[in-house]
Ligand binder design. Structure first.
Ligand SMILES: [Zn+2]
Length: 186
């Protein structure tokens, strides 16, 4: 009886001392070393590696609560240089972090100094989001391309925040509907 009570007490003491710490440690390993309560938004590895950039991250970096941009250390520089540039423009420091203990697929996160009030969590996948907005698949899939006037207009009407991911054909580009990727197989 006495032993039982003692072990219960011990168990409670142990949980008190280590339980939450272990939970927090697991949580931090899922968010690149940050407490979840500090994470404003994040992208998965697949999202960071897309050709297109996520304009949501640019917005989040403008937030008054944004304090740092954290990027997993194994992500190639070509995928992240624009995100780093955005952070610099906003005076937000960035860290690259790696640990064999990291779990999950978070590859880029914007975090606050402390617990934040606005949390967006995982940013929705771009393709799905833009399909819902009614943007043509040819435009969605060809991020980085030069668009003709008509496709540019469609982009500006349906998803203007995506203009960072395309170039508008100028008069010297001699681009017509016939060779604009956005117009193919429409
Ligand atoms: Zn076009």
């Amino acid at each position: 009886m006495t032993n039982d009570n003692e072990s219960k007490l011990e168990k409670k003491a142990r949980e008190g001392a280590f339980g939450p710490t272990e939970i927090k440690k697991g949580e931090k390993n899922r968010f690149l070393g940050e407490y979840e309560e500090r994470v404003i938004a994040y992208l998965t590895e697949d999202q960071v590696k897309e050709t297109a950039l996520y304009p949501e991250i640019k917005d989040v970096l403008k937030s008054s609560e944004a304090n740092k941009l954290i990027i997993r250390g194994d992500i190639a520089k070509k995928h992240i240089s624009d995100y780093i540039k955005w952070a610099r423009e906003k005076g937000i420091r960035f860290n690259r972090k790696n640990s064999p203990e990291f779990r999950g697929n978070v590859a880029l996160a914007v975090a606050g100094k402390d617990a934040v009030t606005q949390q967006f969590g995982r940013i929705p996948d771009r393709e799905e989001k833009l399909q819902k907005k009614g943007l043509s698949d040819n435009i969605i899939r060809n991020a980085g391309s030069l668009l003709c006037g008509d496709c540019w207009k469609e982009l500006m009407e349906k998803a203007p925040e995506e203009k960072i991911n395309y170039k508008k054909a100028g008069i010297f580009d001699k681009l017509t509907g016939a060779n604009c990727v956005g117009c193919q197989n429409k």
